[in-house]
Design a protein around this ligand. Structure first.
Ligand SMILES: C[S@@+](CC[C@H](N)C(=O)[O-])C[C@H]1O[C@@H](n2cnc3c(N)ncnc32)[C@H](O)[C@@H]1O
Length: 344
């Protein structure tokens, strides 16, 4: 028996999600907003517990070509006898199927979310197996000024070519999300190991399999993680978030201006990252331009040979760094870009 899943991710993070699925031995194909993949029954448990870049995992319950076929769907494995479904039509062309679903199924606004989506002439019916979005890992109870979702931070690390064996420096670490996500990845700790999921309430929930699912894999690497920020308050938040994530002893945090930051270990090359300030308010553009220039100049001086990955809204030309690739990534509704390359 097998099942088909759709893992959704922050817009633009599809290549990162696809890469992490491939590394775990799952293929799949990229669609707008996520990746479709298949595997043995129960794979949704693994996907929810282990995927770092996914926001949500949906289980495909059926794919039907006629609205009448919705009548035959057996909801017993997912729904208690008296419970209802909440219809979530997605995209165009679902009207006929949605009308039929209302006729055949018990529906209510507070019901179990079920998505109807067209692929070609067929309607895919899928059930949310995650519940609360997967970026809620449990450790980030305090936010910095412009926090980065955990899933987006993991996607940034993936796309920037993070290698746990090499040092990672976040020169504007804020509340520490990039560092903590890197720590969990290096330690082979599952991002969802401390939370619960919607599938645990399904009548068909396999509690034994869920208990047996590993939350940590062998072969951890002790990562070298350095974070700095100008704001002492942000560093305090990073420290406390690190503690809640159980990785505080791995984080080296210092109050340093990114324009004068230095590599931590002589001779060793690694990855330098940051979610840069965006300068959205009027009058901030000039200041930001100067900051990007000074940051790029300092990197050129002291981080030569390091890989870089910077998330920004625009103005990457001011960094004057050799950008090898630009990934569009949405952050908090803003169309940002991740620029990656190697400092020369
Ligand atoms: C967009 S936020 C980064 C948010 C962070 N990724 C998080 O998840 O919380 C930018 C951070 O850059 C810091 N910052 C701004 N200018 C800086 C500078 N010149 N040197 C170091 N940090 C700076 C701010 O204090 C802020 O924490």
């Amino acid at each position: 028996m097998s099942e088909t899943l759709f893992a959704s991710c922050p817009p633009g993070a599809e290549p990162a999600l696809s890469a992490e699925l491939k590394r775990a031995g799952h293929g799949g194909h990229v669609e707008r907003g996520g990746v479709v993949f298949s595997g043995p029954t129960g794979l949704h448990q693994w996907a929810n517990v282990w995927l770092r870049c996914a926001d949500r995992v949906r289980l495909q319950v059926a794919k039907v070509s006629r609205p009448e076929a919705l009548r035959e769907l057996d909801w017993k494995p997912y729904l208690a006898a008296d419970a209802a479904l909440k219809l979530e039509p997605a995209g165009d062309g679902t009207a006929e199927f949605t009308r039929a679903a209302r006729r055949f199924w018990k529906t209510a606004d507070q019901g179990l979310p079920v998505q109807l989506r067209m692929t070609g002439r067929e309607c895919v019916v899928s059930l949310d197996s995650s519940g609360e979005l997967l970026h809620f890992r449990g450790y980030r109870q305090e936010l910095g000024k412009a926090p980065l979702r955990e899933t987006l931070a993991s996607a940034m690390l993936e796309l920037s070519g993070y290698q746990p064996e090499a040092p990672l420096v976040d020169v504007m670490c804020g509340s520490g999300t990039l560092l903590i996500e890197a720590a969990w990845r290096a330690l082979n700790k599952a991002p969802g190991r401390k939370r619960t999921f919607a599938f645990q309430r399904w009548p068909s929930f396999d509690a034994k399999a869920f208990e047996k699912l590993p939350r940590q894999l062998p072969g951890p690497v002790v990562p070298h993680l350095y974070g700095s920020d100008l704001n002492a308050g942000a560093l305090g938040v990073a420290r406390r978030n690190g503690k809640r994530a159980g990785v505080q002893e791995l984080l080296v945090l210092n109050r340093v201006d990114a324009r004068t930051a230095c590599p931590p270990e002589e001779g060793e090359l690694g990855l330098v990252v940051a979610n840069l300030p965006y300068g959205i308010r009027a009058g901030e553009k000039k200041e930001l331009e100067a900051l990007y220039k000074a940051l790029g100049a300092n990197l050129g001086k002291v981080f030569s040979g390091w890989k870089f990955g910077f998330l920004l809204l625009d103005g990457e030309e001011h960094l004057q760094l050799p950008i090898a690739h630009t990934y569009p990534l949405e952050n908090g509704g803003l169309r940002c870009r991740l620029v990656v390359g190697t400092v020369v």
